[in-house]
Design a protein around this ligand. Structure first.
Ligand SMILES: [Ca+2]
Ligand SMILES: [Ca+2]
Ligand SMILES: [Ca+2]
Length: 189
């Protein structure tokens, strides 16, 4: 709590905050978003299993004080990062998002799960399988070869690998995710 939240708020324009505040309070009068409400808030329905897991993990990362709710400050901090965070900041955030068991490292399985989830959400065709892509990235950026990605390896590796970076930039783009899901829903009707 506290600490960095002020500088995060400063990054957002007042007008923008007002807009998001209104949306938040209209759809969530209690001021605390549960995981179920979170999905409704962003119109995330009818997700498949992989995509669902990813959204759940995203919810847990947004919920910084781990009380099971996203309050307005957590919401603004997350949005601010999504909308205009610096590259380095975003990468650190991704690292937290991808480190599902929270042991401070990303192992191959964690990376694979997340790549699968992102692909499930984005739903486009790829030349390589999720497994191949994961292995390629992992082998390249696990510099000391200990089978785990440290925060440093992850951040530096992403900066070096454009394709990997692109995948990650899409992974946090909720606008993109919502658009994709809406488009898919409409076309499947
Ligand atoms: Ca919380
Ligand atoms: Ca881990
Ligand atoms: Ca390593």
């Amino acid at each position: 709590m506290g600490g960095n939240s002020n500088s995060t708020l400063d990054d957002l324009q007042t007008v923008e905050i007002h807009h998001w505040y209104k949306k938040f309070m209209t759809e969530c009068p209690s001021g605390q978003l549960t995981e179920h409400e979170f999905k409704q808030f962003f119109g995330l329905r009818g997700l498949d299993r992989e995509a669902n897991k990813y959204i759940e993990q995203m919810f847990r990362t947004f919920d910084m004080n781990k009380d099971g709710y996203i309050d307005f400050m957590e919401y603004v901090a997350a949005l601010s990062l999504v909308l205009r965070g610096k590259m380095e900041q975003k990468l650190r955030w991704y690292f937290k998002l991808y480190d599902v068991d929270g042991n401070g490292c990303i192992d191959r399985q964690e990376l694979l799960n997340i790549i699968k989830a992102i692909r499930a959400i984005n739903g486009c065709n790829h030349e390589t399988t999720a497994q191949e892509f994961t292995n390629r990235v992992f082998d390249k950026i696990d510099l000391n070869g200990d089978g785990e990605l440290s925060l440093e390896e992850f951040v530096e590796g992403a900066k070096e690998d454009k394709e990997f970076m692109d995948v990650m930039m899409k992974s946090l783009d909720l606008t993109h995710i919502v658009t994709m899901i809406n488009t898919r829903r409409r076309s499947s009707v």
